[in-house]
Design a protein around this ligand. Structure first.
Ligand code: MN
Length: 257
């Protein structure tokens, strides 16, 4: 049997499961809130064009209004100053959007400390247990944060000091930018930690990863259903010409053991 026929048979038999890692996209999907004087992107809204009425008696359709960086979405290199000479979202080769998944589970740490920072030592310990991160892989940081996705307040978790959400340290962002991964995905609203605006450089995951032609993925869910290694990720952003990112549907293929 060919490789793809084998895959199709495994999908039909349920031996390979498709797990949706995408958060439902609605007007209440949490959206990043930058402090003044910075501008913010919009949440999703639907504008009815017709709904089985005079404007379209047999059909219903909407215009969508959304930011590129709303909900589960991909960050393209041109999103950041360090990547502005790089790829916009439609220029990302499909081969970089599909690859092996590595999951590092820091959900206990993030529950104990919402400002938890991923460090190179955590990544080295993961590699010690599971082997080197494969070329072209996607590293996903599991924090359990998606459990808060029903409430923008709890999801952004901000106080007078700013947002408190987990993410990579400056050193970890540098380490990942020098690794062979295609991209880095998180459960939180952005690929940087909530406190990362005060890091040096500010927002190091954006700074180093997008500047190294690696991509970001945010607001993932169902990461607890993935093994640490062995799954395959499929990332499907819209090919918006010149786009700095796009809402994306993200699937994982997981083999039942
Ligand atoms: Mn983004």
């Amino acid at each position: 049997m060919s490789t793809l026929a084998t895959l199709q048979a495994a999908l039909a038999a349920g031996d390979v499961e498709v797990i949706d890692l995408t958060a439902p996209l609605s007007p209440s999907t949490p959206v990043l809130q930058l402090p003044a004087p910075f501008a913010n992107t919009i949440a999703l809204s639907l504008e009815a064009v017709s709904d089985f009425d005079e404007a379209g008696p047999a059909w219903s359709w909407n215009n969508i209004h959304t930011g590129e960086h709303t909900g589960t979405h991909l960050d393209a290199p041109v999103h950041w100053a360090t990547g502005r000479a790089g790829r916009s979202v439609e220029q990302i080769p499909p081969s970089r959007l599909l690859g092996p998944v590595a999951v590092i589970d820091k959900s206990a740490e993030a529950e104990a400390d919402p400002d938890f920072l991923l460090e190179p030592e955590h990544l080295q310990a993961w590699e010690g247990e599971h082997g080197p991160l494969p070329a072209g892989s996607w590293l996903l940081l599991r924090t359990g944060w998606s459990a808060r996705a029903g409430s923008q307040e709890s999801f952004l978790n901000a106080d007078e000091q700013g947002p408190h959400t987990p993410g990579p340290s400056v050193r970890a962002a540098t380490w990942l930018a020098n690794s062979p991964i295609s991209g880095f995905g998180v459960e939180t609203v952005g690929i940087d930690a909530g406190a990362a605006g005060g890091f040096e450089p500010a927002f190091p995951a954006h700074h180093f990863l997008l500047g190294a032609d690696k991509y970001g993925l945010t607001q993932l869910q169902n990461l607890h259903r993935l093994p640490a290694t062995g799954a395959v990720l499929i990332v499907s952003p819209l090919p918006i010409v010149g786009g700095t990112g796009s809402p994306a549907r993200v699937y994982a293929l997981v083999e039942r053991s």
